[in-house]
Design a protein around this ligand. Structure first.
Ligand SMILES: Cc1cc2nc3c(=O)[nH]c(=O)nc-3n(C[C@H](O)[C@H](O)[C@H](O)COP(=O)(O)OP(=O)(O)OC[C@H]3O[C@@H](n4cnc5c(N)ncnc54)[C@H](O)[C@@H]3O)c2cc1C
Ligand SMILES: *[C@@H]1O[C@H](CO)[C@@H](O)[C@H](O)[C@H]1NC(C)=O
Ligand SMILES: *[C@@H]1O[C@H](CO)[C@@H](O)[C@H](O)[C@H]1NC(C)=O
Ligand SMILES: *[C@@H]1O[C@H](CO)[C@@H](O)[C@H](O)[C@H]1NC(C)=O
Ligand SMILES: *[C@@H]1O[C@H](CO)[C@@H](O)[C@H](O)[C@H]1NC(C)=O
Ligand SMILES: *[C@@H]1O[C@H](CO)[C@@H](O)[C@H](O)[C@H]1NC(C)=O
Ligand SMILES: *[C@@H]1O[C@H](CO)[C@@H](O)[C@H](O)[C@H]1NC(C)=O
Ligand SMILES: *[C@@H]1O[C@H](CO)[C@@H](O)[C@H](O)[C@H]1NC(C)=O
Ligand SMILES: *[C@@H]1O[C@H](CO)[C@@H](O)[C@H](O)[C@H]1NC(C)=O
Ligand SMILES: *[C@@H]1O[C@H](CO)[C@@H](O)[C@H](O)[C@H]1NC(C)=O
Ligand SMILES: *[C@@H]1O[C@H](CO)[C@@H](O)[C@H](O)[C@H]1NC(C)=O
Length: 570
């Protein structure tokens, strides 16, 4: 047992921390974690000459390096304080409590010159560079003893501010980087079952690393559309979609085991033979909720050629309507043919393991002929493997980072595209999005053809009869005012409601949903929520792990625990 000297000390709302520990507490913690406790300032702090209102010399060389790499996720992911989306870094409700550069021109002195103060925002003042189970146990003990809140950060890709928490002690898991292949993996405690071909990843392994390793092993790892998403963290615990998901399932359909430290301090193995409730909860219940995952074991498949369609055209206000119509008219047929991809206002990049070149060419003809007659281009080709697709298409087309951007989204059920009235309603909504200045972003990544075993995962069941995730993201300037942030959020809240009305009883993917989704429990987990809440309470009875609208979140504590988000409404 560890003892911490201080009593919790409450200080006001929106201050650096709601609860503080003493210097001695932190020193004891640091000794316990063998010196792996560090202090942190926001990533761009070396550019500023004032920090939290106090003079603090800038560091030109570090600043230049940060400016040059400001929008690189590979750069950001090397540091605890490198978050992909600015809402995880700043305190959204206080425009002065941030330390951002101008992401479009990182050398813009408007952001950091003239003695502008760098605010700590939601970046934790202390983090542990987690290397062992003991580090996590020490953090849980510390949080229980002092009342200091915790946060868990992996890649920092989160869109809902859940990889940080103002004033918390952060657990940074990025440096848990082991990887191994086992072609005949049997979950621990299971007997007499057939082995599965798997790759086991430490908590911090990211998509780029596992794709390269899988390719060296000549197998396919089904993962997300970016280089640095953590594959054992929020991505998979939230569901984890891939352009291969229509055929191969979501990340949660492919995980066969987690090793996790639960908030009671116990290191557990969760799989189909032990801690089954926890295993189920980790497959869709969300990151940062049930424990700190130390590693995950994922099924892999043989390498296989993939047929790719990359079709783009010169979008303008006169032709976008017809393009959207083509997507709606063909979406269901494409899903049946195994196509998974990202459909956006001016192009599609889609991939299927099920069609050969001539079949794919015929399948894509409606989009291709439209593109050809609208100053566009069409590539239909067969690539030898997922890795070759990843290098050629995913890396250059991944979403931007280093920006303030909120997603909003809704899963689109196949049934909506089965009738002409459904198609018309969907098309009318897509046109409305364009009319109010949004650019629809549609990951066609629902596990439409995957043979799902009922209740085998805890994500919203809506995934199982959907074909698309309809995205309605909105970017905000680095220096947006709180009022501008509120206006954008209000508009996205309205659009989310409209999308819900279009798909009654459906759901959405919370990793990419509007953080201010009102009916979030039903939308994000459906009927699974009550059981998830019971499991949360059994493994985390004292609520040591808290995050915004995660399982167990309660509206009554939003204003005190999450003031940077709650200011914008429920
Ligand atoms: C550029 C970009 C592209 C994306 N593409 C896709 C995509 O193709 N498919 C898709 O499904 N999603 C995609 N996402 C969304 C992504 O799945 C989520 O952002 C997800 O939360 C990232 O998880 P992470 O662990 O990498 O990130 P973090 O931000 O580090 O963590 C996310 C959440 O998980 C928790 N967490 C992290 N690690 C652990 C752990 N070891 N144990 C317990 N909790 C943990 C954190 O506390 C936090 O709540 C994308 C996001 C971005 C920014
Ligand atoms: C923790 O200890 C290490 C090694 O002694 C030291 O380098 C580090 O600065 C300490 N961390 C804090 C927050 O004091
Ligand atoms: C930052 O960017 C520069 C120039 O683009 C590059 O040479 C350097 O390797 C990058 N640094 C890191 C740490 O990634
Ligand atoms: C910044 O602060 C320093 C000392 O605090 C002062 O000398 C300097 O004039 C200030 N610069 C600007 C641009 O205000
Ligand atoms: C689904 O599975 C979980 C975990 O095994 C179980 O607790 C729950 O009761 C099941 N729910 C239904 C509706 O079968
Ligand atoms: C890679 O795997 C595929 C599919 O199993 C197989 O056809 C191919 O021969 C393998 N290639 C190598 C180099 O082993
Ligand atoms: C593609 O598959 C079809 C059968 O669906 C077959 O008739 C055709 O010859 C194949 N084309 C190529 C190029 O392999
Ligand atoms: C056609 O496309 C090219 C590049 O793809 C672009 O430069 C040009 O402006 C487009 N012309 C029209 C009429 O849209
Ligand atoms: C925000 O920054 C831009 C430069 O990136 C500047 O043109 C604009 O005036 C700034 N807006 C506000 C509200 O300060
Ligand atoms: C959102 O909808 C409400 C009523 O439904 C309306 O009053 C409000 O103006 C809308 N806000 C935005 C930003 O569209
Ligand atoms: C939280 O604060 C908002 C105003 O910012 C207020 O409308 C709301 O009622 C408060 N919620 C609770 C539970 O206190």
């Amino acid at each position: 047992m560890y003892f911490f000297s201080s009593r919790a000390m409450l200080i006001g709302l929106l201050s650096t921390s709601s609860v503080q520990a003493s210097t001695i507490d932190w020193e004891i913690l640091n000794t316990t974690v063998q010196g792996r406790l560090h202090t942190a300032k926001p990533l761009a702090s070396p550019c500023f000459s004032v920090y939290e209102g106090q003079p603090s010399p800038s560091d030109l060389a570090s600043c230049t390096r940060i400016q040059k790499n400001y929008t690189s996720s590979d750069f950001r992911t090397q540091f605890y304080s490198g978050f992909s989306n600015s809402q995880d870094e700043i305190c959204l409700a206080r425009a002065a409590d941030q330390c951002l550069l101008d992401n479009s021109v990182p050398t813009d002195v408007l952001a950091f010159g003239g003695n502008k103060s760098c605010g700590q925002g939601s970046v934790s003042p202390y983090y542990i560079d987690v290397q062992s189970v003991g580090d996590v146990q020490a953090a849980f003990n510390f949080a229980s003893a002092t009342g200091v809140s915790l946060s868990i950060k992996n890649s920092g890709h989160d869109y809902l501010g859940r990889s940080s928490l103002k004033g918390s002690l952060a657990l940074w898991v990025r440096n848990l980087r082991d990887m191994s292949r086992n072609p005949a993996f049997v979950p621990e405690g299971c007997y007499g079952v057939e082995g599965t071909d798997t790759i086991t990843t430490g908590a911090g392994v990211n998509s780029d690393e596992v794709y390269r390793f899988a390719d060296q092993q000549n197998v396919t790892f089904v993962g997300g559309y970016a280089t640095t998403i953590g594959v054992a963290g929020g991505w998979v615990q939230g569901g984890g979609h891939s352009v291969l998901s229509p055929v191969y399932g979501l990340g949660i359909d492919r995980t066969v085991q987690f090793k996790v430290v639960t908030p009671d301090g116990v290191f557990r193995v969760a799989n189909s033979c032990q801690n089954q409730d926890l295993f189920w909860a980790l497959k869709g219940g969300g990151g940062g909720t049930f424990g700190v995952v130390m590693e995950a074991t994922h099924r892999v498949d043989p390498n296989t050629p993939l047929t790719v369609a990359y079709i783009k055209y010169s979008q303008n206000s006169a032709n976008i309507g017809r393009w959207l119509e083509i997507l709606v008219e063909n979406g269901l047929q494409w899903a049946k043919q195994g196509w998974g991809g990202h459909y956006v206002a001016s192009n599609i990049i889609s991939v299927t393991p099920l069609l050969n070149l001539s079949e794919a060419t015929a399948s894509m003809e409606p989009a291709a002929s439209f593109a050809r007659s609208n100053n566009g281009s069409v590539v239909i080709e067969v690539l030898p493997s997922w890795y070759s697709f990843y290098i050629k298409y995913v890396i250059p087309n991944q979403a931007a980072v280093g920006t303030l951007r909120f997603l909003a989204s809704r899963l689109i059920p196949a049934s909506l595209l089965e009738t002409t009235t459904g198609q018309a309603a969907l098309l009318s909504f897509l046109n409305h999005l364009v009319a109010v200045g949004f650019s629809p972003y549609i990951p066609a990544t629902a596990p439409y053809l995957f043979p799902y075993a009922a209740n085998s995962t805890s994500a919203t069941p809506a995934w199982r009869d959907s074909i698309w995730e309809l995205g309605m993201g909105a970017g905000l300037a680095w220096n947006s005012t709180v009022a501008q942030r509120q206006a954008t959020i209000d508009l996205q809240r309205n659009l989310t409601r409209m999308a819900e009305d279009l798909t009654p009883g459906g759901g959405s993917y919370f990793n990419e949903a509007l953080p201010w989704t009102e009916d979030w429990r039903a939308s994000w987990w459906g009927d699974n929520y009550p059981r998830l809440l019971e499991i949360k309470k059994s493994y985390d009875p004292h609520g040591l792990l808290k995050c915004w609208k995660c399982v167990g979140f309660e509206e009554q504590v939003a204003n005190t625990s999450f003031p940077c988000f709650s200011a914008f409404g429920a």
